[in-house]
Design a protein around this ligand. Sequence first.
Ligand SMILES: Nc1ncnc2c1ncn2[C@@H]1O[C@H](COP(=O)(O)OP(=O)(O)OP(=O)(O)O)[C@@H](O)[C@H]1O
Ligand SMILES: [Mg+2]
Length: 227
Amino acid sequence: MSEAVLELKSVTKSYNQGRANQIDVLRGIDLTLNAGEMVALVAPSGAGKSTLLHIAGLLDVPDNGSVLVAGQDVSGKGDGMRTSLRRQDVGFVYQFHHLLPEFTALENIVLPQLANGVLQSGAEARAEELLTLVGLADRAGHRPAALSGGEQQRVAFCRALANSPRVLLADEPTGNLDPGTSDQVFAALMDLVAGTGLSALVATHNHELAARMDRRVKLEQGRLVKL
Ligand SMILES: Nc1ncnc2c1ncn2[C@@H]1O[C@H](COP(=O)(O)OP(=O)(O)OP(=O)(O)O)[C@@H](O)[C@H]1O
Ligand SMILES: [Mg+2]
């Protein structure tokens, strides 16, 4: 049996905009992500993909249900515990890169490692190794504004993987790119995931990209169905 790296059990989430205006976005999500697996999360806009990924990535808490990362139940744990688990075990990539504009590509990948207690020299070596893997070794000194959209997103992948997480969560990571670049960047992501044995949950509107992953789940009226 494969090892579960991420489990969501009966997760619910509603948003309240006044008592008469409650949106039940997640109505009982059960999801197991096994080691080495790449799963596509597809759903129309507004269905709750980001909500689900933020909860899975410990960036938000569910109303009910539990989230387990590497077998550890995070529900009810304090902020400190959640933050350290998030730093060590979870990588997150957004649709827009969210790189820090005043730092170089290399520094953007070094910083989360320093926050995790890695020494500068080791962190730089790791950043260079990751940049080489995505074909950007020669862009290490560029600030985000001096990188193309596809390059920015590849740096964001490197940043997400800097602390060797167990799971990568990506929220429409190529949604902001033209189709050709999107394909290239997505190929880089698949190589990284395959090369590291990492698990990934990737939200995408792109059915072609979804078809290349190990399996697909769809968010439909607050529940996950197999595709
Ligand atoms: N902080 C919030 N307060 C209130 N409602 C919210 C909040 N965040 C999201 N929502 C609502 O929850 C629903 C799901 O939002 P979510 O961002 O998870 O969708 P999504 O599937 O990621 O959409 P997209 O493809 O457009 O990114 C939407 O109807 C949205 O308006
Ligand atoms: Mg979203």
